[in-house]
Design a protein around this ligand. Structure first.
Ligand SMILES: [Fe+2]
Length: 307
């Protein structure tokens, strides 16, 4: 491949030209892409033939082990590496992907997993007339722009990340009461209680066991293993509390760090075109998504490598 990188006139992001989906990813290509990703956080592959599922998996797996994320979201499709982010429902009203078209708040994919998300790939198959944007926030710069004395205080802190009560439809206090309508983040769109109950019924009929959703603790400051750069690792929709800190103080600190992170100089919002494949530094960024008209289809494929 002959890859060319064109930085966007934005605080982060670059266009990659020359990608040939389905072609073998040479080591030099991988290095070019990773180098650009480290510099720009978000890479937009645009104007290429739409990759098949296999081509997308082959490409993404060139960067690391892929999360088998779709199983956790009860979307057990034929390729668990591909999370089907869409608002398609079958005739029985069962979501054929993650479901929903609501706004999705800031988060980092798979922050609730011991081996967290490292890089992600989001491909646009079908978009609505007024497509929702996906915005990305640079968490390297968020950390670099904090006062040094505050950074030092954060170094000893860890946060507990979990989506269990939302995805499984169970609240830890009332295990028989689905709480799905508040589903806040992760790589999945908000789902309704009916979606979850329908999926659970379908899976029971198919003999698919209820997925065990991981939960994990991570430091508030993490280091990227490839570059040694430090990251402010707040996944505000997914962090439940800072370990050992009173709830009120913990909530206030997460809110303060999130507000600091979301400075306009740290953010790029992507306007989607069909066929776009956006690769982003999952570990080093946050992302969010606008809502869209639920009467219109939006079909995306999402994959992530893990740390
Ligand atoms: Fe996500």
């Amino acid at each position: 491949m002959s890859l060319q990188i064109f930085p966007l006139d934005q605080p982060l992001g670059a266009i990659v030209e020359g990608w040939a989906p389905g072609s073998t990813l040479e080591d030099s290509d991988r290095q070019t892409i990773l180098s650009a990703l480290r510099e720009h956080i978000v890479l937009v592959f645009r104007g290429n033939p739409q990759p098949s599922d296999d081509a997308l998996i082959n490409f993404a797996s060139g960067f690391g082990d892929l999360v088998q994320g779709s199983e956790w979201f009860q979307d057990n499709g034929p390729r668990p590496e591909i999370l089907r982010v869409n608002n398609i429902y079958n005739e029985q009203g069962i979501a054929q992907g993650t479901g929903g078209s609501d706004k999705l708040g800031w988060h980092s994919d798979y922050s609730y997993v011991p081996r967290v998300g490292k890089e992600s790939f989001l491909n646009a198959v079908e978009i609505p007339k007024d497509p929702p944007r996906t915005c990305f926030c640079n968490q390297y710069r968020a950390l670099e722009t904090l006062p040094p004395e505050q950074v030092e205080k954060l170094r000893s802190l860890r946060a507990f990340h979990s989506i269990t009560q939302y995805i499984s439809g169970e609240d830890p206090q009332t295990t028989d009461t689905p709480k799905c309508e508040a589903q806040p983040g992760s790589a999945v769109t908000r789902q309704t209680r009916a979606d979850f109950l329908a999926k659970r019924k379908r899976n029971a009929e198919l003999g698919i066991a209820k997925p065990q959703i991981p939960q994990a603790e991570h430091p508030l400051i993490v280091t990227h293993p490839d570059t040694g750069r430090e990251i402010l690792y707040v996944s505000p929709q997914i962090i439940k509390h800072i370990v050992g800190m009173p709830k009120q103080e913990s909530d206030a600190l997460i809110e303060e760090l999130t507000t600091h992170s979301l400075h306009e100089d740290n953010i790029y919002c992507h306007d989607w075109q069909v066929g776009d494949t956006v690769m982003f530094d999952t570990l080093g960024s946050l992302h969010r998504r606008d809502s869209w008209d639920p009467g219109q289809r939006r079909v995306m494929r999402q994959l992530s490598t893990m740390l």
